[in-house]
Write a new protein. Structure first.
Length: 97
């Protein structure tokens, strides 16, 4: 469908506000629940048990314990880039066989 990108954008916005609620930002606990539900296995697969703390620290620009939509979007961009890098590397490996 030609509106696939718009749908993806809406999904990101609705996901953020579903977990942020009326307060309009994510707490560390909100972020943990979001990651567990929308990126299953991601936190468990991190070698660092403090991965969530580090992610929160990176995203919490104002140091107020909250993650706004812009910071949440930065997280999604970072995860998408990492997935793309993995995909490209995997496809190159497949091509060598």
């Amino acid at each position: 469908p030609k509106c696939q990108m718009q749908h993806a954008m809406k999904t990101m916005m609705f996901t953020f506000y579903k977990f942020a609620g009326d307060k309009g930002s994510l707490t560390k606990e909100d972020l943990r629940v979001l990651m567990e539900k929308k990126f299953p296995g991601f936190l468990e697969n991190q070698k660092d048990p403090l991965a969530l703390d580090k992610i929160m620290k990176d995203l919490d620009q104002c140091r107020d314990g909250k993650v706004g939509f812009q910071s949440f979007f930065s997280l999604l961009v970072g995860l998408t880039i990492a997935c793309n890098d993995y995909f490209v590397a995997h496809m190159k490996q497949k091509g060598k066989k």
